[in-house]
Design a protein around this ligand. Structure first.
Ligand code: AMP
Ligand code: ZN
Length: 461
């Protein structure tokens, strides 16, 4: 089945048409200067669902993700300080140590969320030579100019500049960017190479003096290194539409003389307390914080799956609790089918598979794909055929359904509190109270089993 994805540039769904059946896929990765929160993780989850969709529908994939470890200023539009430099000074560590530390945590979280490893994960600082060559090509082809502060891209040379974000050259939004260099020819022109100030820690020699790359050039250079001059699918957060990806398009054109990316896709944000979940506005949760509160990474993955990537998703604990309960129900149903003896007609199984695949193929519609999973699990007699079918669905969903072999029962805090009260009574040899509390626990649907040294186990009946 063909995969169709909504192209943010042409504003319509478009069929992915890979050369030789291999989809070249690029996704903008993390800036490793701080913890990645569950909003960032939504972005990487969506990257993973796109990757899984490609594979589920029978294509091979060549997937690249960059790690930004230099050049991303506190504003995406080349203003402010380098985020790595700020972190380095804050934590009194070298930028390499900062990058390594936060990347390791980020990668652990991605693995816990069952995010598959891209074929290439590339830190920007590992491709400085390629970046310098890319900038040279842009200058040689007449799309750049040099100022006392660095090398700039001349946006007036690329006639389609602004089309992705829906802005024209004379648009106010370009003008709204603060001028940092009076030699810049147009407010939208952006930096390719920055001449380093004396106190800037990360610095490399270049034909334009000692400095460091601008943020946008890393993605063009890394894409070019691993995927060449044709990228089928390029994704990232919706905020990249107006600056970062606009700039990537312009850079690629200047070097290659043709468009490089076939389909641009953008994900909407995870929202919290009425705004985007974000490090700068506060109000963030990390995966570890959720684990400490008793949620599993798969509870979060199931929560993510309930929303389409093109819509903002609101994070609340109520919604996460619902996902947790759903995951527990999923486990029970999976176990029933795993040992089910009924046979299901081949035609029925094919019908379910076709329906599921059609939702995957239609702009990776995760909520509808999930509805087929529930339909298969709930509306058919217990059967290992259904079990095998949903394990196939899970190649796309990534919910680790094959690892389910028992249902975890979480004992409510209220029951634990009564059990602890009973333990104290038993330590004090107050057996009347102890028996009363045991009966109270029983009336609430739980059995308490006594163990040596006043320890106990609670079982749900
Ligand atoms: P950063 O490390 O800030 O460069 O962000 C890494 C990725 O997370 C980018 O693709 C962002 O678009 C994405 N991102 C940041 N905040 C959110 C959010 N609240 N919801 C979804 N994606 C986000
Ligand atoms: Zn990027």
């Amino acid at each position: 089945m063909e995969l169709k994805v909504y192209n943010s540039l042409t504003r319509q769904k478009q069929t992915v048409k890979p050369i030789n059946n291999t989809v070249n896929f690029y996704f903008c990765g993390p800036t490793v200067y701080w913890f990645q929160h569950i909003g960032n993780m939504r972005a990487f989850f969506i990257m993973d669902t796109m990757r899984r969709a490609v594979k589920y529908l029978g294509y091979s994939i060549n997937h690249v993700m960059n790690i930004t470890d230099v050049g991303h200023l506190t504003s995406d539009a080349d203003e402010g300080e380098d985020k790595m430099d700020v972190a380095s000074k804050r934590e009194n560590k070298m930028p390499e140590e900062i990058a390594k530390f936060y990347w390791n945590i980020c990668w652990n979280d991605m693995q816990a969320l069952n995010i598959e490893k891209p074929e290439h994960i590339c830190p920007a600082t590992s491709v400085i030579k390629e970046i310098i060559n890319f900038v040279k090509d842009i200058l040689d082809n007449g799309y750049g100019y040099i100022t006392k502060n660095g090398v700039y891209y001349d946006t007036s040379k690329y006639p389609h500049y602004g089309e992705l974000g829906g802005m024209r050259q004379d648009d106010k939004q370009f003008g709204a960017r603060i001028e940092v260099d009076e030699e810049k020819r147009h407010p939208a022109d952006f930096v390719l190479w920055v001449k380093a100030k004396d106190n800037h820690i990360q610095r490399w020699d270049s034909p334009w003096g000692v400095g460091y790359p601008g943020w946008h050039i890393e993605c063009s250079a890394i894409g070019n290194k691993f995927l060449g001059e044709h990228i089928d699918l390029h994704g990232g957060g919706v905020e990249h539409k107006t600056v970062h990806h606009e700039n990537e398009i312009a850079q690629n054109y200047a070097k290659c003389g043709h468009e490089v990316v076939d389909i641009w896709f953008h994900l909407e944000h995870l929202m919290f307390n009425g705004g985007k979940m974000s490090k700068s506005t506060g109000g963030i949760y990390t995966l570890n914080q959720l684990i400490e509160k008793g949620y599993s990474p798969m509870d979060l993955r199931l929560f993510y799956l309930t929303a389409h990537y093109s819509k903002p998703q609101n994070f609340t604990f109520e919604a996460l609790n619902n996902a947790k309960e759903s995951y527990n129900n999923l486990k029970k149903l999976i176990l029933k089918h795993k040992s089910g003896k009924n046979k299901i007609e081949k035609a029925k199984l094919n019908e379910l598979k076709t329906k599921f695949s059609s939702y995957v193929a239609d702009d990776i519609n995760t909520p509808l794909a999930l509805s087929v999973l529930w339909d298969a699990l709930k509306n058919y007699p217990d059967s290992v055929d259904i079990y095998n079918l949903v394990l196939d669905f899970d190649k796309f969903l990534g919910l680790k359904l094959d690892e389910i072999d028992q249902v975890e029962i979480t004992i409510p805090d209220e029951i634990i509190a009564i059990a602890e009260e009973r333990k104290t009574a038993r330590i004090n040899k107050d057996y009347t109270t102890s028996d009363l509390l045991r009966d109270k626990i029983a009336s609430m649907g739980y059995t308490i089993l006594d163990k040596p040294k006043n320890e106990y186990e609670i079982i749900k009946r």
